[in-house]
Structures are given as structure tokens and as C-alpha cells.
Design a protein around this ligand. Structure first.
Ligand code: SF4
Ligand code: SF4
Length: 469
């Protein structure tokens, strides 16, 4: 297995550009840029925003399509209802996501961070608000230095209003996945919301505003655990955003049509455009750094400069350590194949588990009292049945005892349970004989769907009786 690459992999000459990577107390004024990777990021972020903001408002079968009903411990998703007993499936899904992240990290480094991480995507959205309200990079730098006046006040007010509006919408949507969003929104906008829901909406509003507006790359650098451990998952064939120093050095300014190679220069014209577009304020020419979130903005910036200079694109690009050293990138390697194999097996197992998921569940809880004598003088035990109908239609069920000669079931043995609901049913079992053969014996309850006998559930409990009366 390949060794993990160190944090800095590329040795380059001392940078000559003026702006070094921003220190944590320096404000970063990111220049916006267009290009292939920016479009990919926009497409990915747009899809995720749509998924997040729109899904909460979808209705399915008369109820919110995706709702984690905390009060009733139920998770509704597009007509299917999952109960706490099914949460092993959720654990499997989380493990699949983790292996997916491992596999993609080994293959292409921090693409999750750059393209789909909520911290990054919300930060890009907030940066766009910044551009709309305060202008491009140079205008923002100028505004920052300008004394406070009506223009600065109005622009700053607009920026923070946009940030707060997006944050509030984010908080409302997030809480709306746990509390039905339509009444929640109505209560919020008529100022009637209160209690726990209002607290969590305000909490997530504040968290979004602070994280995406103020903390930004500091979250990636100092708070995100994935940023800490992802570098150990890299190997020499992992693709990461990197600068090719063999091609770029010696960097330096030149005239467009100059024979720069004769002058001892490489392809880097030292325009610092790659630094200006970087949301974390680093210089990718200094080598792979922990602060790099892999957003590829520097690739777009450098490719456009290469186009202007009539040089081939790719001075900065997705490159492996092997390719940077002049070798070949090995696509198929044991670690990557291992992750992909585990991923495929787990996805297959989850699909089978979902397909085989029982659509009826029953728990039998014995009453805490051991036994009692009923009006007919029989020894009787009391039970509470919890029956969950996991199908999407109301079902009729029949309850009986299995192989229980000498026992009689009393109570409601035919009943129906609405779609996706749980019913509680008290029943009792009486012993027919005078004497018990054992002080405690097992008793199996069987519940069968009257219309579809294949849907059945069996639950075991105990019958307790005195040995001598
Ligand atoms: S954008 Fe490209 S050419 Fe300009 S400084 Fe960065 S690496 Fe060099
Ligand atoms: S160095 Fe390039 S890829 Fe890394 S964060 Fe900066 S712009 Fe994005």
C-alpha cells in the first residue's frame, strides 16, 4: 500500500508574488471567476440547494414527504415509514456514506469539500451575496478601507440582510424536517412560533450566519475533523489540485509573444490570479496545503491565463504525486479497490435489507403484576401488544396464540391499524387447567394480516402461574 503523502509535496522556489497566503487574522477578498470547475460547482450546489430547500415542502400521500417525527419516533420518507426498530438501516446508510467518502477521497482528494460540503456551498452563496451588494474584489477592498458613510452603510446593510434572510430560510428548512414545515412557517411569519421550534430555528439561523458569513475557511482549517484526517488517506496516485512546478518554474512576468523559455522562464507568469480567487487565501504554488479545500477555483483562473498567453492549459490541475514527478497515475490500486468493493457489497446488502424489511412488527409487553385470578376462577396474565403497520394502507389483523394448548386468549383478536401507525392493544391469556405444570412457560403470539397472510409477526412472552393452589 502506498505511503500517505506529506502535507507539503511540492518543492518550489521562494515565491515572488506579493500576496502570501492569508493568515487567519487577515481578511480574504476573493476574486470571482468563471470556468469549467466553477460551473460544476454551481451545478452541484444548485442541485443540493434545490434538494434541501424544496424537499421539505413536498407532500406525499397526504403528509410531508420527508419528515423525522421526533415526537412519535417515526421517519417518513416518500410514503415509507421507518420506526426505531429500522434504524439499523439508517446506521448502514451512514456507514455507506462514510465508505463513499473514503473512496472518493482516495481517488480525488477533497472533492467533497470543494463541491458539496454544506460549509463550502453556503460560503459560496454568501460570497455571491457579497459580490451583489458590495461589488467585485477591488470594490470590496476599497469599501473596506473607506470611512463609514451612507454608501458603505447601505451596502453593508444589504449584505447582512441577504445573509440573514438565507440563514433564516436555512434554519426554518432544517427544523422543518423535524416539525411539519407548513404550519411551522406560518407560525414563524405570523410571529406565533415559540418554544423549542423557535429556539432551534434561531440557533440554526445564527450558526449559518456565523459559519458561512464570518468563519468561512476557519471552519475548514480549525474545526472540521475531515480536514485533519483526509491527508492520511491520500496516496501517491490520489488526484489533488496541484501546481506543476516542473512546467511553471521559473515563474516571472514576460511579454505575450516573448521567447520566455530562452529567457529561462517557465509557464507561470506570476500573475497571482490563482491566489486572488482562492477562498482560503493560499498560494497553491507552495504545494499541497491543509487549507486547500479542493474547490478548483485556481484551476479555472490559471487555465484562463494560459488561454490568454496561448500556452497549454493544466499548469494547475488535478494531478497525482506520481504525475507531478513525471510518472504515471495508477488508477486501480488496492486501497481504492478495497473501498469500492466494501461500498458495493454494503449497498447491495442495504437494498436487500430494505426489500426484505418486515411490514408488520409486534412487541408483547407483560404486565408487571405476575398473575391474577379472573371472575371464572382461572389464572390470568395481562399483556400489552404494540403493533406497527409499516405499509401505506390500513390493515386488518388477526391475533392468536401459537401451540398454546390449555390457554385461552381474551380481548380484541380482530382489529385494524391505520397506514404507518402504531396501535396498543391490551389482551389477557387465561390458563384453562386447574394446575400449572410449570411456574413460568413461554407463550408465542402470532399476528396475521387478514388480507395478506404472508404478512405476519410472531412475538414471544411468558405466562406465569402458581404451581400449587
Ligand atoms: S494563475 Fe497560473 S500563471 Fe498566474 S500565478 Fe497562478 S500559476 Fe502562475
Ligand atoms: S488552492 Fe485552489 S483548490 Fe485549493 S482552496 Fe485555493 S482555489 Fe481552491
Amino acid at each position: 500500500m502506498s505511503e500517505p503523502i506529506p502535507v507539503k509535496i511540492v518543492e518550489v522556489a521562494e515565491p515572488t508574488h506579493k500576496k502570501k497566503a492569508a493568515s487567519s487574522d487577515q481578511q480574504i477578498f476573493t476574486r470571482s471567476f468563471t470556468g469549467l470547475y466553477r460551473n460544476l460547482r454551481l451545478g452541484g450546489a444548485g442541485f443540493l440547494f434545490l434538494l434541501f430547500f424544496a424537499t421539505a415542502w413536498l407532500e406525499w400521500g397526504g403528509r410531508q414527504a420527508v419528515l423525522w417525527d421526533l415526537a412519535e419516533s417515526k421517519f417518513h420518507i416518500f410514503g415509507a415509514t421507518f420506526w426505531p426498530q429500522d434504524f439499523i438501516l439508517l446506521s448502514a446508510l451512514l456507514i455507506i456514506c462514510a465508505f463513499g467518502l473514503f473512496a472518493i477521497t482516495v481517488f480525488a482528494g477533497r472533492v467533497w469539500c470543494g463541491y458539496t460540503c454544506p460549509q463550502s456551498t453556503w460560503t459560496w452563496l454568501f460570497m455571491w451575496c457579497e459580490k451583489v451588494s458590495e461589488g467585485d474584489r477591488n470594490q470590496r477592498m476599497k469599501l473596506d478601507k473607506a470611512p463609514w458613510g451612507p454608501n458603505k452603510l447601505a451596502r453593508r446593510a444589504l449584505k447582512h440582510s441577504l445573509w440573514l434572510a438565507i440563514s433564516l430560510l436555512t434554519g426554518l428548512t432544517f427544523v422543518g424536517y423535524f416539525t411539519p414545515i407548513r404550519p411551522l412557517a406560518e407560525e414563524l411569519f405570523t410571529l406565533q412560533a415559540g418554544g423549542v421550534s423557535l429556539f432551534w430555528i434561531l440557533f440554526f439561523t445564527g450558526a449559518t450566519y456565523i459559519n458561512a458569513g464570518w468563519l468561512r475557511e476557519a471552519v475548514c482549517m480549525h474545526m472540521c475533523p475531515y480536514a485533519r484526517f483526509q491527508s492520511v488517506m491520500f496516496d501517491k496516485d490520489t488526484l489533488a489540485v496541484a501546481y506543476d512546478p516542473r512546467r511553471g518554474e521559473n515563474r516571472g512576468a514576460r511579454k505575450k509573444d516573448q521567447d520566455y523559455k530562452a529567457a529561462g522562464l517557465g509557464d507561470c507568469i506570476d500573475c497571482t490570479m490563482c491566489v486572488q480567487v482562492c477562498p482560503t487565501g493560499i498560494d497553491i504554488r507552495d504545494g499541497l496545503q491543509m487549507e486547500c479545500i479542493g474547490c478548483a477555483a485556481c484551476i479555472d483562473a490559471c487555465d484562463s491565463i494560459m488561454d490568454k498567453m496561448n500556452y497549454p492549459r493544466g499548469l494547475i490541475g488535478y494531478k497525482s504525486e506520481h504525475s507531478l514527478q513525471g510518472g504515471r497515475t495508477h488508477w486501480l490500486r488496492p486501497r481504492l479497490l478495497g473501498y469500492v468493493t466494501v461500498l458495493v457489497v454494503m449497498i447491495g446488502a442495504l437494498v436487500i435489507a430494505l426489500h426484505e424489511r418486515p411490514m408488520l412488527s409486534m412487541d408483547v409487553i407483560k404486565d408487571r403484576g405476575l398473575f391474577r385470578e379472573n371472575a371464572r376462577g382461572q389464572i390470568e396474565n395481562i399483556y400489552m401488544l404494540k403493533v406497527i403497520n409499516k405499509t401505506q394502507v390500513a390493515q386488518n389483523y388477526q391475533l392468536r396464540l401459537l401451540d398454546a394448548e390449555g390457554f385461552e386468549l381474551h380481548g380484541q383478536t380482530y382489529f385494524s391499524v391505520p397506514a404507518g401507525e402504531m396501535a396498543e392493544l391490551p389482551v389477557s391469556v387465561a390458563m384453562l387447567g386447574e394446575r400449572a405444570t410449570s411456574s413460568s412457560q413461554e407463550l408465542d403470539f402470532e399476528l396475521v394480516d387478514s388480507d395478506e397472510p404472508a404478512i405476519r409477526a410472531v412475538a414471544r412472552s411468558r405466562f406465569v402461574a402458581p404451581l400449587n393452589r
